[in-house]
Design a protein around this ligand. Sequence first.
Ligand code: GCU
Length: 329
Amino acid sequence: MLKQKALKLTALTLAVSGSLAISSVASAATQIKAAFNQSNNHPQFQALENFGEKLAQETDGRYKLSIYPNELLGDQRAALELVQTGSIQMAVVANPLIENYDKTFRVIGMPYIYSGSEHQEQVFTSGTLDDLFASTKKFGFEVLTAYTAGARSMYTKQGPINTVADMKGKKIRVMQSDTMIKMLSCMGGTGVPMGQGEVYSAIQQGVLDGAENNEITYADLKQYEVAPYFSSTRHLMVPDLVVISTDFLDGMSKEDQNTLKKLLKESTKDEFKIWHEQIETAKATAESHGAKFNEVDIKPFQESCKSLQAELIETPEQKALYEKIISMQ
Ligand code: GCU
């Protein structure tokens, strides 16, 4: 654990100071350092890599993307701050992190807001979120596109979750935002906010009873080893957002800026496709290591989260966006 932390710190120092690159860099190319918190097998890593190749091609090698996986540049909260200060240029962060800056974002990560993956892809690729994303520029970063992270379900150490009552007294890790803590309460348990890198050992040591996430992350981070009961509550489809430093973007020529924005938007479809290709393999991998998947009647969970939905929509902007998304189902 300590060794891993020391390694991360070294990578971070070298990345920020500019002397570590995962792949070789043509001398003329401007580097784009991107922080990612999971492995290089993850669909988002692959979609970003494809994006990087196209960007290099379409800008005649003026830009070179280097992706730092596995929280090498810190957890998502730290990575977002590095983007904000311009120490690195890009990061993939989960929606709740951006919600902390603008609560309109809550809407696109609310419990049970998407009817399924097709609906979510339609919302992400139809331009519906363009204005919301552009409005983040004032924070020092800009959201350029959204990636799917599938549907999140509960997984636990001691036994499956079938009912809201089964959640009672359970300490479940959630992402670092108030909405996520509230969401866990509406499902009957207690939410413990934490960066992803700490989850495995916190479950192992009994600090947590479990966590909630999608099948790909569950398998990618081998969390089935410590929490083998995966109960398909499918309570959230929280987007991941690709953010870029405002200063960096402003420093690009208009033409290169447009190319980067266009290619990143297009990478969303690619990412959905890779996601669908990988999901069954992820489940099979987890099962082959002893994970047990159980179906859950989600209606009682939906019912118990209804009041939270109402509570989360406070402003006219949120209401308008909520209605727009629902009308696209
Ligand atoms: C998903 C999501 C990540 C997020 C993670 C988490 O894997 O894709 O962006 O960091 O959940 O729960 O922290």
